[in-house]
Design a protein around this ligand. Structure first.
Ligand SMILES: Cc1cc2nc3c(=O)[nH]c(=O)nc-3n(C[C@H](O)[C@H](O)[C@H](O)COP(=O)(O)OP(=O)(O)OC[C@H]3O[C@@H](n4cnc5c(N)ncnc54)[C@H](O)[C@@H]3O)c2cc1C
Length: 335
């Protein structure tokens, strides 16, 4: 029993970014766990991702052509079990995503693996220790995984930084092995329903302008929506603003909604309650604007201003009017 097996994710023929985060998580304990990092991709045509996956830093790729174009939980779970039986990894990593959660618990239960969900970090202390979110109210838990049996962890997206692409691809011989698999699908994919036009995937946006209850009302939100558009930022909000119905739920940030990891998170009129802060841990830079100098958001902010958010909006709007919307000195807005 050795090595780490990563379950890659793809959707609609596209590799998902969380795959590279899983590879980073695997690399962080590779030396202690011992053995290679293998990345498994189970989808209709996994070969199309060989180069991208090799750049993720895997020692070996295990390609299992699936019978379905879209994730089918039964097929993927059975294929993953086959790989676990064949490779005997000490650690299996899947994403704590809708797809990962459709597969991982069944595999862990059927194979009797040590199991932890919602993992945000992994360390080695004579054995594997995983830190995980244990509740929606910010409670965290550390669990030790017994060394006498393999473990399967679902890793929360945004918890590990994806590695920079490897300089040289892996040598072809160790690059990819194809495994046959023939389990039948137990469901049939009918179709996806896309979110309404104009919606953005906030977890991927690089610049978020986020409003809290300080925005006052729906009219206030429209004001900041315009400002966000001119700044090339995506508009997000804290829960009260979502619950009031002023912004669609897909824009909600926090532990019970979405974790985000933008380069810049501009928090306007947000107090910084623990459930909200849990969602912005992955932000590179947090800028907080609040009229209350004691607001907890300032304790996590890289930059802060005790100022009325509407005054700030006026000032920024004036500046945008003067500069013809190019507020960035190098002319390359963050988007
Ligand atoms: C189980 C559970 C899960 C939750 N999950 C989430 C979650 O996922 N995401 C989330 O956001 N919340 C969540 N919450 C709610 C969370 O606890 C807070 O209530 C919420 O984050 C507070 O939102 P807020 O900061 O916008 O509002 P408030 O806490 O009311 O803060 C408003 C802030 O605006 C400032 N302000 C007012 N006027 C202005 C102005 N003109 N200019 C500048 N500043 C101004 C005030 O000083 C204040 O700091 C959850 C709660 C529970 C119990």
């Amino acid at each position: 029993v050795s090595g780490v097996l990563v379950l890659a994710e793809s959707r609609g023929g596209e590799l998902r970014g969380v795959t590279f985060e899983l590879a980073a998580a695997a690399a962080s304990v590779r030396d202690q766990v011992g053995g290679p990092v293998r990345v498994a991709l189970i989808e209709r045509d996994p070969g199309r991702h060989t180069d991208a996956l090799a750049a993720a830093g895997a020692d070996e790729l295990l390609l299992v052509p699936g019978v379905t174009e879209h994730l089918e939980a039964n097929v993927t779970a059975r294929a993953l079990e086959m790989l676990i039986d064949a490779e005997q990894p000490a650690l299996v990593l899947a994403a704590h995503t809708v797809d990962g959660l459709g597969v991982a618990p069944a595999v862990a239960a059927r194979r009797g693996l040590g199991f932890a969900t919602n993992v945000t970090s992994i360390r080695w202390d004579g054995g594997l220790v995983a830190r995980r979110r244990a509740s929606d109210a910010g409670l965290e838990e550390e669990v030790a995984l017994p060394g006498d049996r393999p473990a399967l962890l679902t890793v929360r997206p945004g918890s590990f930084a994806a590695p920079a692409p490897a300089r040289a691809p892996l040598p072809p011989a160790s690059r990819a092995r194809e495994r046959a698999h023939t389990d039948a699908a137990a469901t049939e994919h009918i179709g996806f329903r896309q979110p309404a036009a104009g919606e953005v995937e906030i977890a991927r946006a690089r610049f978020l302008l986020s409003v809290g209850r300080g925005v006052g009302d729906a009219e206030g939100v429209r004001r900041f929506e315009q400002l966000a558009g001119r700044l090339h930022a995506a508009l997000t909000a804290s829960r009260p603003v979502i619950d009031a119905g002023w912004i669609p739920r897909t824009r909600s940030v926090g532990q019970s909604s979405r974790a985000v990891k933008p380069r810049v998170y501009l928090a306007l009129g947000i107090s910084g309650a623990v459930p909200h802060l849990a969602g912005i841990r992955g932000a590179d830079t947090v800028i907080a604007v609040n009229t209350d100098p004691e607001a907890p958001i300032f304790s996590v902010a890289d930059y802060g201003a005790v100022v009325d958010m509407f005054e700030l909006a006026d000032g920024l709007t004036r500046r945008l009017d003067q500069t013809g919307d190019s507020v960035y000195s190098n002319g390359s807005p963050i988007s």
